[in-house]
Design a protein around this ligand. Structure first.
Ligand code: FAD
Length: 278
């Protein structure tokens, strides 16, 4: 289906983009277009204007800053993959296919807040922060607060995601395990783990789950089972079982709710076991 008619605006600066968004209630920013354009074609949304972001330098770039990486909202999945950021780059490498990875952006992905998307698992595990810009200036929000519900974020009309800030995770072992029906599909279950040990004892562990709830969750009970212990088969099994409580999936074409809950255990176990081998 063709999208309904819309105006197309190419602003010269973020300021100009924000002014346009503020004065047009149903105008939408356009990044990679890999979620927005399908939604237009399906006529799920009918914005009067699309505001092109891809020309805006202020939203680009990917750099180390102190103890963090600062990732511009317009960084494509391909760029994130190539940046070798612990946990996040591995996750970007399993998003969709090369075409989508070359066009889709991290800012567009988190603003879209599809509960099946991959980035939320590592971002919640990493305690990422989202930098939001508007005519009032900049504000910083914890990723856990940024995601409100499925397809709903903390963004108001006239606000843009400027960048995402994640820690370097120095000395951590990390892994993202994605269960998918076929390569390039959305996740049935996605599990991100970052774990730091000292002399074989776990001193910090973060487990993020995606695709099994309205928004990404930290499996806190699993983390508590692991902390100050050593990774053993028994402990991994207990932690994986505890992760099930953070899943409230729906039955859909990717499987029944019951199957997905079982897969949370299986994938958490798989992720933790792979860290033993790192
Ligand atoms: P757009 O489509 O341009 O925008 C998405 C939404 O975010 C729109 O509402 C837009 O107005 C808003 N927006 C965009 N940028 C900003 C900003 N800076 N500030 C505020 N609002 C903004 N994703 C996965 O995670 N895993 C997958 O396996 C996966 N598979 C896919 C397979 C296919 C075939 C396709 C088409 C998509 C798939 N996706 C997958 C989604 C893909 O990652 C999209 O690129 C992503 O969800 C949206 O990013 P975008 O840059 O294309 O954003």
């Amino acid at each position: 289906m063709y999208p309904p008619k819309f105006g197309y605006v190419i602003p010269e600066s973020v300021k100009e983009a924000i002014e346009f968004l503020e004065s047009h209630d149903d105008a939408r920013p356009l990044a990679g277009g890999h979620s927005l354009i399908p939604m237009l074609k399906l006529r799920i949304i009918r914005p009067s204007y699309l505001i092109e972001l891809k020309t805006l330098q202020e939203l680009k770039g990917l750099r180390k800053e102190g103890e963090n990486y600062v990732i511009g909202a317009l960084a494509t999945h391909y760029e994130v993959k190539n940046a070798k950021i612990p946990l996040l780059s591995q996750t970007a490498s399993v998003i969709a296919d090369p075409q989508v990875r070359n066009m889709g952006t991290i800012g567009g992905s988190i603003s879209n807040a599809d509960p099946l998307s991959d980035y939320p698992a590592p971002l919640i595990a990493m305690d990422a922060k989202v930098i939001i810009t508007s005519s009032k200036g900049e504000r910083q929000v914890e990723f856990s607060q940024f995601q409100k519900d499925m397809f709903t974020t903390d963004l108001s009309q006239g606000e843009l995601v400027k960048a995402i800030v994640v820690p370097l995770l120095q000395g951590y072992k990390t892994v993202y395990e994605k269960l998918e029906r076929k390569a390039g599909d959305y996740a049935i279950v996605g599990v991100a783990v970052a774990l730091k040990e000292e002399e074989g004892v776990i001193k910090d562990v973060r487990i993020g789950l995606t695709a099994v709830n309205n928004k990404a969750m930290r499996a806190k009970a699993s983390e508590e089972i692991l902390i100050n212990n050593s990774l053993s088969e028994d402990l991994i099994s207990k932690a994986a079982i505890a992760a099930i409580d953070y899943a409230d999936p729906t039955t859909d074409i990717r499987g029944s709710a019951e199957y997905k809950k079982k897969m949370v255990k299986v994938m958490t176990e798989k992720a933790l076991k792979s860290l033993v081998r790192q």
